[in-house]
Design a protein around this ligand. Structure first.
Ligand code: 13P
Length: 252
């Protein structure tokens, strides 16, 4: 059975004090929930990762990084390698987020190399992809997402998928308050699962978790999560507010 996952991408928010506070608020609130088939992940900034890892000890919450560099090491001022993340106890990393694509020039080719580096270091990858508003308006959203998946994942081996979580994030729904309708999310998630099934087989497609991200909040989470191929959410803004994040976890 596919795991349900609620992941909070904190983006460039929260120093170490806020990290501790927010994690403790979340862990205390979810302690009594039955989360047997549900993973809860938070992704703080690099400087707060160690504090976060300390704070989640003995709780159901896991910690992910938001990015990493593709090289093993070297003259890449300001960058962080997979090995460095592993050295502090990180097990999961978000790659390919649309903000990395939009503001830092990351493209499919680079993201594919990052995925390779992460997997080579036994890091689990939350791989993000999604179409722009123009692409949706032109009814090219499936084509665009199909091409992103092909460019970044098709060189992988089937066994790599045990360390891959997919996250569909339509760019027009990120931080805008505008959410994809549950039907739009389901259409895309079913399409993605089908693309993976055709290339890697049904068993892998059926076992990979596909998250939806883009203005998920307590008021819309349950409806989106109720769709067959939506296995959880990658939450931005609402993951910074403990009661909202917990409500979204309860919704799943
Ligand atoms: P929002 O939930 O703030 O729209 O952000 C979604 C996101 O980008 C998660 O990675």
């Amino acid at each position: 059975m596919r795991k349900k996952i609620v992941a909070g991408n904190w983006k460039m928010n929260n120093g170490i004090e806020e990290t501790e506070k927010l994690i403790h608020a979340v862990t205390n609130s979810i302690a009594s929930l039955n989360l047997e088939n549900v993973r809860v992940i938070v992704a703080p900034s690099f400087v707060s990762l160690t504090t976060a890892i300390e704070s989640v000890k003995n709780s159901h919450v896991e910690v992910a990084a938001q990015n990493m560099h593709q090289a093993k090491n070297g003259a890449f001022t300001g960058e962080i390698s997979a090995e460095m993340l592993v050295s502090i106890g990180v097990k999961t990393v978000i790659l390919g987020h649309s903000e990395r694509r939009q503001y830092f020039g990351e493209n499919d080719e680079l993201i594919a190399r990052k995925i390779d580096a992460a997997l080579a270091n036994n890091l689990e990858v939350i791989f993000c992809f999604g179409e722009l508003l123009e692409e949706r308006k032109l009814d090219n959203h499936l084509l665009e997402v199909g091409s992103q998946l092909k460019n970044t994942l098709f060189h992988l081996k089937p066994e790599d998928f045990k360390n891959i979580i997919l996250a569909y994030e339509p760019v027009w729904a990120i931080g805008t308050g505008e959410t994809a309708t549950p039907e739009q999310a389901q259409e895309m998630h079913a399409f993605v699962r089908n693309v993976i099934a055709k290339k890697f087989g049904k068993e892998i497609a059926d076992s990979v978790s596909i998250l939806y991200g883009g203005s998920v909040k307590p008021s819309n989470a349950e409806e989106i999560f109720s769709k067959e191929d939506v296995d959880g959410g990658l939450i931005g803004g609402a993951s910074l507010v403990a009661v909202d994040f917990v409500a979204i976890i309860e919704a799943i």
